[in-house]
Design a binder for this molecule. Structure first.
Ligand code: KG4
Ligand code: ZN
Length: 339
């Protein structure tokens, strides 16, 4: 018999609900919160208020699109953390109340594991997914990790950022350039017509498989400050080259550690996940590296790169199979810890 899972994601500024029939996607509805754009970043209080307004209509639409009735659901998976506590509380409370009313189990999901397991959401039966064990470079607005994925419930972090995340590096560079929030997609767009070798930025020297992006951000800030002293239209005149150069540096840093992780583990099954995995330069360069190094790579569909509830539902599905349910007194957590 098929299992129907409703996934709820509310960790940051997107309210999302999705329905899966086993691994097959039936709906994945996302309500973005445009309100944060005018503040240049996510305002936590506004985010949780918007989640409260969005959650019921988003779930209703997800059920409608999936063409199922609520009493057909077998379980409700929700993001427990990490994220903004006020935002997480909305999704968690909704999941608990809805499940209680339907008398079905709730399943807690770690947002970062979910980004990785998004690869197993079945959009079409012939789309391949990674084989275990595989390596996943998870690159989002809050995290940058190289993860060894042994099984859906068994993941090991081999390396991670010691300061800023890759998405943060994109967003901060964009902010310095005066581009709108979130800056990652803006830099991606501009970089397409720029020269990635126009301005060389220093690559951080960090031991092992860890990352650091805060020095790069400072170098970028000082570079632009010095150039603007010579020509106050420097950014305007060169924005495509500047965007392409900073993007190329971030990608080089990301991929060089990933290559090292492959060489150290001998695992050549490689995936990427998280918001930054939407970056066209990263996707292109990863494919090139994979061909050269003979890796098998998996790029997530664009709808599964940034935050979405389908990834929560698929993680919930795997946990449902293990009867790994949460109790009604569960509370969200803000910090990452990979539980
Ligand atoms: O995974 P995500 O939606 O949220 C978190 O869990 O953090 O990732 C959001 C991040 C933001 O920093 C955003 O700028 C970045 O992903 N991002 C991109 C692109 N699309 C989203 N960065 C670079 N290029 C993109 N195309
Ligand atoms: Zn995310």
């Amino acid at each position: 018999m098929s299992i129907y899972i409703l996934g709820i994601e509310s960790s940051c500024d997107d309210t999302s609900a999705a329905v899966l029939k086993d691994r097959q996607i039936l709906s994945n509805v996302i309500a973005n919160q445009d309100i944060h754009k005018s503040y240049g970043g996510v305002v936590p209080e506004l985010a949780s208020r918007a989640h409260q307004q969005n959650i019921i209509p988003v779930v209703e639409v997800a059920l409608q699109k999936a063409k199922i009735r609520k009493n057909q659901l077998d379980g409700i998976a929700f993001t427990r953390g990490p994220g903004l506590l006020g935002s997480l509380l909305v999704g968690t409370s909704f999941a608990k109340a809805f499940a209680l009313g339907l008398n079905i189990p709730i399943i807690e999901v770690d947002h970062l594991k979910a980004h990785i397991l998004a690869h197993f959401v079945e959009v079409s039966p012939d789309r391949p997914h990674p084989e275990f064990p595989f390596l996943c470079l998870t690159v989002s607005g809050g995290h940058t990790q190289i993860v060894k994925v042994n099984a859906p419930s068994d993941m090991e972090i081999l390396g991670k950022t010691i300061d800023d995340a890759a998405g943060e590096a994109f967003d901060k560079a964009a902010k310095i350039m005066g581009l709108p929030y979130p800056g990652g997609p803006e830099i991606d767009k501009l970089a397409k017509s720029g020269n990635p070798k126009a301005y060389p930025f220093p690559e951080p020297k960090i031991q092992g498989l860890n990352y650091s992006f805060s020095g790069l951000k400072t170098a970028f800030l000082y570079f632009l400050r010095d150039q603007l002293k010579l020509d106050d239209a420097f950014i305007e005149k060169n924005k495509a080259d500047i965007a392409a150069s900073i993007q190329d540096t971030i990608i080089r840093v990301l991929l060089s550690k990933l290559r090292r992780a492959v060489r150290e583990t001998g695992i050549t099954e490689v995936a990427i996940a998280g918001g930054v995995s939407a970056n066209s330069g990263l996707r292109e360069q990863l494919l090139m590296m994979a061909e050269k190094e003979r890796w098998k790579v998996y790029l997530p569909g664009l709808q599964f790169t940034t935050d979405n509830a389908a990834m929560i539902a698929i993680t919930g599905y795997f946990k449902y199979l293990n009867k790994d349910f949460a109790s009604q007194d569960i509370a969200p957590y803000a910090k990452s810890g990979f539980r």
